[in-house]
Design a protein around this ligand. Structure first.
Ligand SMILES: NC(=O)c1ccc[n+]([C@@H]2O[C@H](COP(=O)([O-])OP(=O)(O)OC[C@H]3O[C@@H](n4cnc5c(N)ncnc54)[C@H](O)[C@@H]3O)[C@@H](O)[C@H]2O)c1
Ligand SMILES: O=P(O)(O)OC[C@H](O)CO
Length: 342
Protein backbone atom coordinates (compact mmCIF):
# COMPACT_ATOMS: atom_id res chain seq x y z
CA UNK A 1 0.00 0.00 0.00
CA UNK A 2 1.49 3.35 -1.06
CA UNK A 3 0.01 6.60 0.23
CA UNK A 4 0.51 10.32 -0.04
CA UNK A 5 1.57 11.60 3.37
CA UNK A 6 1.94 15.23 4.36
CA UNK A 7 4.33 15.73 7.27
CA UNK A 8 3.84 19.10 8.97
CA UNK A 9 7.06 20.24 10.62
CA UNK A 10 10.64 19.50 9.58
CA UNK A 11 12.22 19.31 13.02
CA UNK A 12 14.01 16.15 14.15
CA UNK A 13 10.90 14.02 14.50
CA UNK A 14 9.19 15.11 11.29
CA UNK A 15 12.38 14.49 9.36
CA UNK A 16 13.03 11.07 10.91
CA UNK A 17 9.48 9.85 10.30
CA UNK A 18 9.58 11.21 6.74
CA UNK A 19 12.72 9.16 6.08
CA UNK A 20 11.12 6.00 7.46
CA UNK A 21 7.88 6.55 5.50
CA UNK A 22 9.72 7.33 2.28
CA UNK A 23 11.84 4.18 2.55
CA UNK A 24 8.58 2.26 2.64
CA UNK A 25 7.72 3.78 -0.73
CA UNK A 26 5.13 6.38 0.30
CA UNK A 27 5.09 9.75 -1.39
CA UNK A 28 6.17 12.05 1.44
CA UNK A 29 5.62 15.79 1.42
CA UNK A 30 7.62 17.45 4.17
CA UNK A 31 6.46 20.97 5.00
CA UNK A 32 8.44 23.56 6.92
CA UNK A 33 7.72 27.19 7.74
CA UNK A 34 11.28 28.40 7.53
CA UNK A 35 12.15 29.50 3.97
CA UNK A 36 15.89 29.47 4.63
CA UNK A 37 15.75 25.91 5.94
CA UNK A 38 13.75 24.92 2.85
CA UNK A 39 16.34 26.35 0.46
CA UNK A 40 19.19 24.76 2.37
CA UNK A 41 17.49 21.36 2.46
CA UNK A 42 16.62 21.47 -1.24
CA UNK A 43 20.30 21.91 -2.03
CA UNK A 44 21.92 19.60 0.51
CA UNK A 45 19.06 17.06 1.00
CA UNK A 46 20.05 17.10 4.66
CA UNK A 47 18.37 18.67 7.71
CA UNK A 48 21.52 20.21 9.09
CA UNK A 49 19.93 22.03 12.02
CA UNK A 50 17.72 19.27 13.42
CA UNK A 51 19.05 15.94 12.17
CA UNK A 52 22.45 16.29 10.60
CA UNK A 53 24.34 13.47 8.94
CA UNK A 54 21.35 11.80 7.29
CA UNK A 55 20.54 12.24 3.59
CA UNK A 56 16.87 12.51 2.62
CA UNK A 57 15.67 9.87 0.14
CA UNK A 58 14.52 11.13 -3.30
CA UNK A 59 10.81 10.55 -2.68
CA UNK A 60 10.63 13.14 0.10
CA UNK A 61 9.35 16.32 -1.53
CA UNK A 62 10.03 19.54 0.34
CA UNK A 63 7.29 22.15 0.67
CA UNK A 64 7.05 25.72 1.90
CA UNK A 65 3.36 26.06 1.02
CA UNK A 66 1.24 24.13 3.49
CA UNK A 67 -1.99 24.20 1.49
CA UNK A 68 -0.20 22.74 -1.49
CA UNK A 69 1.43 20.10 0.73
CA UNK A 70 -1.82 18.85 2.25
CA UNK A 71 -3.80 18.86 -1.02
CA UNK A 72 -4.64 15.26 -1.89
CA UNK A 73 -2.74 13.73 1.06
CA UNK A 74 -4.46 10.73 2.63
CA UNK A 75 -2.68 11.17 5.95
CA UNK A 76 -1.54 14.42 7.58
CA UNK A 77 1.13 13.90 10.23
CA UNK A 78 1.69 16.65 12.80
CA UNK A 79 5.24 16.90 14.11
CA UNK A 80 5.46 20.53 15.18
CA UNK A 81 6.01 21.39 18.85
CA UNK A 82 2.78 20.84 20.76
CA UNK A 83 2.24 24.53 21.59
CA UNK A 84 2.09 25.24 17.83
CA UNK A 85 -0.36 22.51 16.81
CA UNK A 86 -3.50 24.63 17.23
CA UNK A 87 -2.10 27.57 15.29
CA UNK A 88 -0.88 25.39 12.41
CA UNK A 89 -4.12 23.39 12.17
CA UNK A 90 -6.25 26.51 12.53
CA UNK A 91 -4.46 28.16 9.62
CA UNK A 92 -5.42 25.37 7.21
CA UNK A 93 -8.70 24.04 8.58
CA UNK A 94 -10.68 25.28 5.59
CA UNK A 95 -8.35 23.38 3.26
CA UNK A 96 -8.47 20.05 5.12
CA UNK A 97 -10.90 17.51 3.61
CA UNK A 98 -12.96 15.54 6.09
CA UNK A 99 -11.63 12.15 4.97
CA UNK A 100 -7.98 13.11 5.56
CA UNK A 101 -6.61 11.17 8.53
CA UNK A 102 -4.91 13.45 11.06
CA UNK A 103 -2.12 11.88 13.12
CA UNK A 104 -0.44 13.73 15.95
CA UNK A 105 3.12 12.81 16.94
CA UNK A 106 3.81 15.75 19.29
CA UNK A 107 4.08 14.98 23.00
CA UNK A 108 2.69 17.73 25.16
CA UNK A 109 -0.34 19.45 26.67
CA UNK A 110 -1.67 22.82 25.61
CA UNK A 111 -0.51 25.53 27.99
CA UNK A 112 -3.50 27.70 28.86
CA UNK A 113 -6.32 25.27 28.10
CA UNK A 114 -4.66 22.18 29.70
CA UNK A 115 -6.02 20.18 26.76
CA UNK A 116 -4.33 17.15 25.27
CA UNK A 117 -3.41 17.52 21.58
CA UNK A 118 -6.22 15.20 20.49
CA UNK A 119 -8.65 17.51 22.30
CA UNK A 120 -7.12 20.53 20.55
CA UNK A 121 -7.51 18.81 17.19
CA UNK A 122 -11.08 17.79 18.04
CA UNK A 123 -11.87 21.48 18.60
CA UNK A 124 -10.27 22.56 15.33
CA UNK A 125 -11.11 19.60 13.06
CA UNK A 126 -14.04 17.81 14.75
CA UNK A 127 -14.97 15.64 11.77
CA UNK A 128 -11.63 14.18 10.74
CA UNK A 129 -10.46 10.67 11.59
CA UNK A 130 -7.75 11.07 14.22
CA UNK A 131 -4.91 9.04 15.73
CA UNK A 132 -1.99 9.69 18.05
CA UNK A 133 1.44 8.15 17.41
CA UNK A 134 3.73 7.80 20.41
CA UNK A 135 6.26 5.56 22.14
CA UNK A 136 9.95 5.23 22.98
CA UNK A 137 11.64 6.72 19.94
CA UNK A 138 14.55 9.04 19.42
CA UNK A 139 14.61 10.59 15.94
CA UNK A 140 18.39 10.02 15.76
CA UNK A 141 17.80 6.24 15.89
CA UNK A 142 14.62 6.00 13.78
CA UNK A 143 16.25 7.82 10.86
CA UNK A 144 19.11 5.30 10.96
CA UNK A 145 16.77 2.29 10.84
CA UNK A 146 17.51 1.18 14.39
CA UNK A 147 14.73 -1.12 15.69
CA UNK A 148 11.98 0.93 17.32
CA UNK A 149 8.43 0.35 18.55
CA UNK A 150 5.56 2.83 18.54
CA UNK A 151 1.88 2.76 19.45
CA UNK A 152 -0.94 4.24 17.41
CA UNK A 153 -3.97 5.24 19.44
CA UNK A 154 -7.41 5.91 18.06
CA UNK A 155 -10.95 5.45 19.31
CA UNK A 156 -11.71 3.97 15.86
CA UNK A 157 -10.15 0.57 15.23
CA UNK A 158 -10.16 0.99 11.44
CA UNK A 159 -8.28 4.30 11.75
CA UNK A 160 -5.70 2.79 14.13
CA UNK A 161 -5.15 -0.14 11.77
CA UNK A 162 -4.86 2.13 8.71
CA UNK A 163 -2.19 4.20 10.47
CA UNK A 164 -0.45 1.03 11.67
CA UNK A 165 -0.32 -0.18 8.04
CA UNK A 166 1.07 3.14 6.82
CA UNK A 167 3.94 3.30 9.34
CA UNK A 168 4.91 -0.31 10.04
CA UNK A 169 8.22 -1.56 8.61
CA UNK A 170 10.58 -4.35 9.64
CA UNK A 171 12.51 -1.67 11.61
CA UNK A 172 9.53 0.23 13.00
CA UNK A 173 7.01 -2.02 14.71
CA UNK A 174 3.64 -0.39 15.40
CA UNK A 175 1.11 -1.55 17.99
CA UNK A 176 -2.49 -0.32 18.35
CA UNK A 177 -4.33 0.79 21.50
CA UNK A 178 -7.71 2.56 21.83
CA UNK A 179 -6.67 4.46 24.98
CA UNK A 180 -5.93 7.84 23.37
CA UNK A 181 -5.83 9.83 26.63
CA UNK A 182 -3.54 7.29 28.32
CA UNK A 183 -1.13 7.36 25.38
CA UNK A 184 -1.11 11.15 25.30
CA UNK A 185 -0.62 11.58 29.04
CA UNK A 186 2.17 8.98 29.13
CA UNK A 187 3.99 10.66 26.23
CA UNK A 188 3.64 14.16 27.66
CA UNK A 189 4.24 13.52 31.36
CA UNK A 190 7.34 11.34 30.94
CA UNK A 191 9.11 14.52 29.82
CA UNK A 192 8.59 16.03 33.28
CA UNK A 193 10.23 13.02 34.92
CA UNK A 194 13.02 13.08 32.28
CA UNK A 195 13.84 16.65 33.31
CA UNK A 196 14.04 15.31 36.87
CA UNK A 197 16.27 12.41 35.80
CA UNK A 198 18.59 14.91 34.14
CA UNK A 199 18.61 17.08 37.26
CA UNK A 200 19.60 14.00 39.32
CA UNK A 201 22.44 13.28 36.88
CA UNK A 202 23.54 16.91 36.94
CA UNK A 203 23.61 16.85 40.73
CA UNK A 204 25.91 13.84 40.56
CA UNK A 205 23.47 11.30 41.97
CA UNK A 206 23.60 7.67 40.92
CA UNK A 207 21.52 4.86 39.50
CA UNK A 208 19.58 4.34 42.72
CA UNK A 209 18.13 7.84 42.59
CA UNK A 210 17.23 7.51 38.93
CA UNK A 211 15.50 4.16 39.43
CA UNK A 212 13.50 5.66 42.28
CA UNK A 213 12.56 8.70 40.23
CA UNK A 214 11.41 6.65 37.26
CA UNK A 215 9.42 4.17 39.35
CA UNK A 216 7.76 6.76 41.55
CA UNK A 217 7.40 8.95 38.46
CA UNK A 218 5.32 6.46 36.51
CA UNK A 219 3.24 6.03 39.66
CA UNK A 220 2.27 9.66 39.79
CA UNK A 221 1.68 9.75 36.02
CA UNK A 222 -0.68 6.79 36.42
CA UNK A 223 -2.39 8.45 39.38
CA UNK A 224 -3.24 11.55 37.38
CA UNK A 225 -4.01 9.52 34.26
CA UNK A 226 -6.52 7.26 35.97
CA UNK A 227 -8.40 10.27 37.37
CA UNK A 228 -8.46 11.77 33.87
CA UNK A 229 -9.98 8.63 32.36
CA UNK A 230 -6.96 6.71 31.08
CA UNK A 231 -6.63 2.91 31.20
CA UNK A 232 -4.05 2.26 33.94
CA UNK A 233 -2.54 -0.60 31.88
CA UNK A 234 -1.35 1.86 29.22
CA UNK A 235 1.17 3.29 31.71
CA UNK A 236 2.97 -0.05 31.94
CA UNK A 237 3.22 -0.20 28.15
CA UNK A 238 5.41 1.38 25.49
CA UNK A 239 3.91 4.86 25.75
CA UNK A 240 4.16 4.80 29.55
CA UNK A 241 7.09 3.09 31.21
CA UNK A 242 8.71 2.39 27.78
CA UNK A 243 8.94 6.04 26.84
CA UNK A 244 9.90 6.99 30.38
CA UNK A 245 12.87 4.61 30.26
CA UNK A 246 14.15 5.81 26.88
CA UNK A 247 13.83 9.48 27.80
CA UNK A 248 15.30 9.27 31.30
CA UNK A 249 18.33 7.24 30.23
CA UNK A 250 19.35 8.60 26.83
CA UNK A 251 21.69 11.43 25.91
CA UNK A 252 19.51 11.94 22.83
CA UNK A 253 16.78 13.28 25.11
CA UNK A 254 16.52 17.06 25.05
CA UNK A 255 14.49 16.98 28.27
CA UNK A 256 17.13 14.98 30.09
CA UNK A 257 19.99 17.11 28.71
CA UNK A 258 18.17 20.26 29.80
CA UNK A 259 17.73 18.76 33.28
CA UNK A 260 21.42 17.86 33.50
CA UNK A 261 22.37 21.51 32.96
CA UNK A 262 19.89 22.65 35.61
CA UNK A 263 21.31 20.07 38.04
CA UNK A 264 24.77 21.43 37.29
CA UNK A 265 23.62 24.87 38.35
CA UNK A 266 22.44 26.64 35.17
CA UNK A 267 19.30 28.77 35.35
CA UNK A 268 16.35 26.98 33.79
CA UNK A 269 15.85 29.53 31.00
CA UNK A 270 19.51 29.41 30.02
CA UNK A 271 19.45 25.60 29.95
CA UNK A 272 16.30 25.53 27.80
CA UNK A 273 17.73 27.99 25.28
CA UNK A 274 21.02 26.09 25.00
CA UNK A 275 19.23 22.96 23.73
CA UNK A 276 18.13 24.70 20.50
CA UNK A 277 15.20 22.33 20.01
CA UNK A 278 11.88 21.98 21.71
CA UNK A 279 12.04 20.91 25.39
CA UNK A 280 8.41 19.88 25.78
CA UNK A 281 8.71 18.99 29.47
CA UNK A 282 8.98 22.63 30.53
CA UNK A 283 5.44 23.68 29.63
CA UNK A 284 4.15 20.19 30.44
CA UNK A 285 5.48 20.53 33.99
CA UNK A 286 3.38 23.66 34.48
CA UNK A 287 0.26 22.08 32.99
CA UNK A 288 0.76 18.84 34.94
CA UNK A 289 1.24 20.77 38.18
CA UNK A 290 -1.97 22.73 37.54
CA UNK A 291 -3.85 19.53 36.63
CA UNK A 292 -2.65 17.90 39.87
CA UNK A 293 -4.15 20.83 41.78
CA UNK A 294 -7.36 20.76 39.74
CA UNK A 295 -7.88 17.00 40.22
CA UNK A 296 -6.37 16.96 43.73
CA UNK A 297 -3.90 14.25 42.81
CA UNK A 298 -0.63 14.09 44.72
CA UNK A 299 2.31 14.52 42.30
CA UNK A 300 5.31 15.24 44.51
CA UNK A 301 8.01 14.87 41.84
CA UNK A 302 6.14 17.08 39.37
CA UNK A 303 5.58 19.64 42.13
CA UNK A 304 9.30 19.83 42.97
CA UNK A 305 10.26 20.15 39.29
CA UNK A 306 7.63 22.87 38.89
CA UNK A 307 9.20 24.77 41.80
CA UNK A 308 12.68 24.46 40.25
CA UNK A 309 11.51 25.66 36.83
CA UNK A 310 8.99 28.32 37.80
CA UNK A 311 9.89 29.43 41.32
CA UNK A 312 13.67 29.23 41.08
CA UNK A 313 13.84 26.60 43.86
CA UNK A 314 17.11 24.90 44.56
CA UNK A 315 17.46 21.42 42.98
CA UNK A 316 19.19 19.93 46.04
CA UNK A 317 16.43 21.19 48.27
CA UNK A 318 13.89 19.54 45.96
CA UNK A 319 15.56 16.18 46.54
CA UNK A 320 15.55 16.73 50.30
CA UNK A 321 11.84 17.60 50.14
CA UNK A 322 11.11 14.36 48.26
CA UNK A 323 13.18 12.21 50.61
CA UNK A 324 11.63 13.74 53.74
CA UNK A 325 7.97 13.46 52.73
CA UNK A 326 5.85 11.83 55.39
CA UNK A 327 6.33 8.09 55.30
CA UNK A 328 3.85 6.05 53.32
CA UNK A 329 2.99 2.60 51.99
CA UNK A 330 4.33 1.95 48.48
CA UNK A 331 0.99 0.98 46.98
CA UNK A 332 -1.71 2.66 48.99
CA UNK A 333 -2.11 5.86 47.01
CA UNK A 334 -2.91 4.21 43.68
CA UNK A 335 -6.38 5.27 42.67
CA UNK A 336 -8.90 2.47 42.72
CA UNK A 337 -6.63 0.18 44.75
CA UNK A 338 -8.24 -2.09 47.30
CA UNK A 339 -7.68 -1.13 50.93
CA UNK A 340 -4.47 -2.90 51.92
CA UNK A 341 -4.97 -5.58 54.57
CA UNK A 342 -2.04 -6.41 56.87
N1 LIG B 1 12.87 14.28 18.40
C1 LIG B 1 12.38 13.11 18.77
O1 LIG B 1 13.13 12.15 18.91
C2 LIG B 1 10.92 12.95 19.03
C3 LIG B 1 10.39 11.67 19.14
C4 LIG B 1 9.04 11.51 19.41
C5 LIG B 1 8.22 12.63 19.56
N2 LIG B 1 8.76 13.86 19.45
C6 LIG B 1 7.86 14.99 19.59
O2 LIG B 1 7.67 15.62 18.34
C7 LIG B 1 7.43 17.03 18.54
C8 LIG B 1 8.41 17.81 17.69
O3 LIG B 1 9.69 17.49 18.21
P1 LIG B 1 11.02 17.65 17.39
O4 LIG B 1 12.01 16.79 18.05
O5 LIG B 1 10.82 17.46 15.94
O6 LIG B 1 11.34 19.17 17.72
P2 LIG B 1 12.36 20.13 17.00
O7 LIG B 1 12.66 21.22 17.94
O8 LIG B 1 13.44 19.32 16.41
O9 LIG B 1 11.45 20.71 15.82
C9 LIG B 1 10.27 21.39 16.07
C10 LIG B 1 9.71 21.79 14.74
O10 LIG B 1 8.47 22.46 14.94
C11 LIG B 1 8.48 23.60 14.09
N3 LIG B 1 7.56 24.58 14.63
C12 LIG B 1 7.48 25.06 15.89
N4 LIG B 1 6.53 25.99 15.96
C13 LIG B 1 5.99 26.09 14.72
C14 LIG B 1 4.96 26.87 14.16
N5 LIG B 1 4.27 27.75 14.89
N6 LIG B 1 4.67 26.69 12.85
C15 LIG B 1 5.34 25.82 12.12
N7 LIG B 1 6.32 25.05 12.59
C16 LIG B 1 6.63 25.19 13.87
C17 LIG B 1 9.91 24.07 14.10
O11 LIG B 1 10.17 24.91 13.00
C18 LIG B 1 10.63 22.74 13.98
O12 LIG B 1 10.71 22.34 12.65
C19 LIG B 1 7.59 17.27 20.05
O13 LIG B 1 6.32 17.30 20.62
C20 LIG B 1 8.37 16.07 20.53
O14 LIG B 1 8.07 15.75 21.89
C21 LIG B 1 10.08 14.06 19.18
O1 LIG C 1 14.32 14.40 23.21
P1 LIG C 1 13.08 14.35 24.06
O2 LIG C 1 13.39 14.45 25.51
O3 LIG C 1 12.04 15.32 23.59
O4 LIG C 1 12.46 12.87 23.86
C1 LIG C 1 12.23 12.40 22.57
C2 LIG C 1 11.17 11.30 22.54
O5 LIG C 1 9.96 11.76 23.08
C3 LIG C 1 11.59 10.02 23.20
O6 LIG C 1 10.60 9.03 23.00
Amino acid sequence: MKNIICVIGAGSWGTALSISLSKKGHEVRLWMRDGKQLEQMKISRENVRYLSGVILPENIKLYGDLREAIHGAELVLLTVASQSVRQVIHSIKDAVKKDQVIVNAAKGLENESHLTISQVIKEELPNNPFAVLSGPSHAEEVCRDMPTTLVVGSTKKNVAEFVQDVFITPKLRIYTNPDVIGIELGGALKNVIALGAGICDGLGFGDNAKAALMTRGIREIARLGSVMGADINTFSGLTGIGDLIVTCTSMHSRNRRCGIQIGQGKKAQEAIESIGMVVEGVVTTKVAYELSQQFQVEMPITTEIYKILYEDSDAREAVINLMLRSRTHELEEIVGNQQIEW
